[in-house]
Write a protein that binds this ligand. Structure first.
Ligand code: AN7
Length: 355
């Protein structure tokens, strides 16, 4: 195989990852996602503020999970595992199914029945994973996945698997590489809290290596009906239309709080109405289609702008868009008017478009 060209986050950042020359690299060339300048949001935020969108929906399976999954599956193969398992609100199942397929190992996923977006379900199924829909929520699915993988020779590939966090931290390396240093603020959704943990770890490592002069302030957002960290207690029956972050008892709760406190940041909540509004603004004003959970970043940004949080600041803000909008086509269709049906002739079209 050619040594030239980009071949994923393990190849790119191997010196900063727990791999050796003996680690088999299972990759789909994930990572290297664009950091897109957001003109509309920057203007809204203020005169000396630049807002950027880290568009993680452009990873091979359409979400940030691929960064952690390439490493988790590669290490599982190195350790001679022949089966992996995860519980998932959707994106982890899609990613694990794809990477396990590539590795030629078995993948079992537990999903909350009826509560994952259509695109994600189609991915897990088409990649040949054993998909089990449980009559319970994500938190129940994760408890079961933990118990099963403790008792059987199946590798857990949820973000409790430390290799997931190690792989995901490469997103902060990319942001620093692009901007020349860390942004002043990072805004992101928080669900099971693996991602905020990973980003913070990555930023700290880059600073320690002298590759970034500073650390960002971490600003996390949960959905109002699924905000255990904000409320400081688990939520028994979490509810939000942002199904990806419909999580009531996050696995990485403690490290999310550490990221928040060490960075002097915050973890707050946004309502479903605010998420939907941000989802549409992003699509209409920036031309970027992200899934509702990702729009929680933008809803959070808008909330903070309104509060005057960035007032008189000169700063750069990175907003993480964790998953592609096509993951949840049903939500998009529900959020807009259906196309108008008209007769197939010249005149009807001209009349409709107002010329
Ligand atoms: C689009 O796939 O938990 O705070 O099982 O899919 O690291 O959990 C997904 C989470 C944000 C939250 N945005 O990240 C799963 C799963 C999207 C997501 C999150 C998820 P974490």
């Amino acid at each position: 195989m050619s040594e030239k060209g980009y071949r994923g986050i393990i190849q790119k950042y191997k010196k900063l990852l727990p791999v050796t020359d003996k680690t088999p690299v299972i990759t789909l060339n994930e990572g290297n996602t664009p950091l897109i300048y957001a003109g509309y949001l920057s203007k809204l935020a203020g005169k000396n503020i630049e807002v950027y969108l880290k568009y993680e929906g452009l990873n091979p399976t359409g979400s940030f999970k691929d960064r952690g999954m390439t490493l988790a599956i590669s290490k599982a193969c190195e350790e001679k595992s022949t089966a992996v398992m995860c519980a998932s609100t959707g994106n982890t199942s899609a990613s694990s199914a794809a990477y396990a397929a590539r590795a030629g190992i078995k993948c079992i996923v537990l999903i909350p029945s009826g509560a994952i977006a259509l695109g994600k379900l189609s991915q897990a199924l088409i990649h040949g994973a054993k998909v089990l829909a449980i009559k319970g929520n994500f938190d129940a699915a994760l408890d079961l996945a933990k118990e099963i993988t403790r008792r059987y020779p199946i590798k857990l590939v949820n973000s409790l698997n430390p290799y997931r966090i190690e792989g995901q931290k490469t997103a902060s390396f990319e942001i620093c590489d692009y901007l020349g240093e860390a942004p002043d603020f990072q805004v992101m959704p928080v669900g099971n809290a693996g991602n905020i943990t990973a980003y913070w770890k990555g930023y700290k490592e880059y600073k320690a290596l002298g590759l970034s002069g500073k650390l960002p302030v971490m600003l996390g957002f949960q959905a109002k009906g699924a905000a255990p960290i904000v409320r400081n207690k688990p939520v028994k029956d979490p509810q939000t239309l942002a199904t990806a972050i419909r999580i009531g008892n996050p696995a990485s709760w403690k490290t999310a709080i550490e990221a928040r406190d060490e960075s002097k940041g915050l973890i707050d909540l946004v309502s479903d109405a605010e998420i939907l509004q941000a989802y549409k603004i992003l699509a209409v004003k920036e031309g970027v289609f992200a899934e509702p959970a990702s729009a929680a970043s933008i809803a959070g940004l808008l909330k903070l702008i309104k509060k005057g949080y960035f007032k008189n600041k000169k700063c750069r803000i990175a907003c993480i868009l964790t998953g592609h909008g096509l993951k949840d086509p049903e939500r998009a269709i529900k959020s807009v008017k259906p196309p108008k049906l008209i007769r197939a002739n010249f005149k009807s079209i001209i009349k409709e478009i107002g010329y």
